[in-house]
Design a protein around this ligand. Structure first.
Ligand SMILES: C[S@@+](CC[C@H](N)C(=O)[O-])C[C@H]1O[C@@H](n2cnc3c(N)ncnc32)[C@H](O)[C@@H]1O
Length: 259
């Protein structure tokens, strides 16, 4: 169910990414990453599958999966991102990537039409991940899989509060970096069995990270002040140093029954 408030939030996400879409094509954090080959390996594709990249951004996951699948549909609700996907597909000579404008929480596809859904660094913008996972379950064929890669929150309340405060100061269209416990609940509510495939760190260099999202000077100063007052537990959890900090991220694999 999407509330009126969610609509405002989604408009904020679209405006935010609409402004900076091109920067996501070249962002090293997005273009590279140890999670991408791990996601492909976990999917164990045969080459004849139809794959959905949900919240595709500039299409780095879509273009990583495309050589291993029959077709990849890259879906995003920010139109200018889809243009970046086309540019990337063209540059890499990938003719089996199609784009589709749409919301992950209300997918414009029939039931049982994909073998694999992947989503990378998008879910922290979704007002209702449970709703999105129900949609993924709906469009997946029996035996289909959902592979997620995203930053996760902390079980420690103080670490979780600092993490999400820093995130929202940098980009006010964030909802939350969900904890692993929350993700396990979303997967099981949508009837996926879930396993952790990879736990990894993403190091964010403060200047590049905030410039990419065009964070205001006021908010950049506020993030720096949080770095400065963070208790040692938070400094260690976020590995805060003079140049930036790092986040904890996971690759999760959800499987469905064969019938
Ligand atoms: C950081 S980018 C994604 C990066 C990309 N997946 C990659 O691997 O490089 C986040 C994307 O999620 C999209 N997004 C956020 N909420 C969405 C929703 N409800 N439906 C569709 N796309 C959404 C945004 O428009 C944005 O393009």
């Amino acid at each position: 169910m999407t509330s009126e408030g969610d609509g405002d939030l989604k408009t904020a996400v679209q405006q935010q990414f609409g402004r900076v879409a091109a920067k996501y094509l070249t962002s090293a954090v997005h273009a590279q990453g140890e999670d991408l080959p791990v996601m492909v390996k976990a999917a164990n594709l045969h080459g004849d599958e139809r794959v959905l990249d949900a919240g595709c951004g500039a299409g780095h996951a879509a273009s990583t999966f495309a050589p291993h699948a029959a077709e990849v549909v890259a879906l995003d609700f920010t139109e200018s991102m889809l243009r970046q996907v086309e540019l990337l597909a063209e540059a890499r000579g990938l003719g089996n990537i199609g784009t589709r404008l749409g919301d992950v929480e209300s997918l414009p596809f029939d039931d049982n039409t994909f073998d694999l859904v992947v989503s990378r660094y998008s879910a922290h913008h979704w007002p209702s991940p449970a709703q999105a996972l129900h949609q993924f379950r709906r469009v997946l064929r029996p035996g289909g899989q959902f592979i997620l890669s995203d930053v996760i929150g902390f079980d420690s309340p103080v670490c979780d509060t600092y993490l999400n405060a820093i995130e929202i100061l940098r980009d006010s269209s964030h909802v939350r970096d969900f904890t692993l416990t929350e993700w396990r609940n979303f997967f099981s509510t949508a009837e996926f069995s879930v396993e952790v495939v990879l736990t990894y760190r993403i190091y964010l260099e403060f200047e590049e990270w905030t410039r990419r999202m065009e964070t205001t000077e006021v908010n950049r100063a506020a993030i720096r002040s949080l770095y400065a007052v963070a208790p040692s537990e938070v400094r260690e959890a976020l590995q805060i140093d003079d140049e930036g900090h790092s986040f904890l991220a996971v690759v999760l694999r959800g499987t469905t029954g064969a019938s």
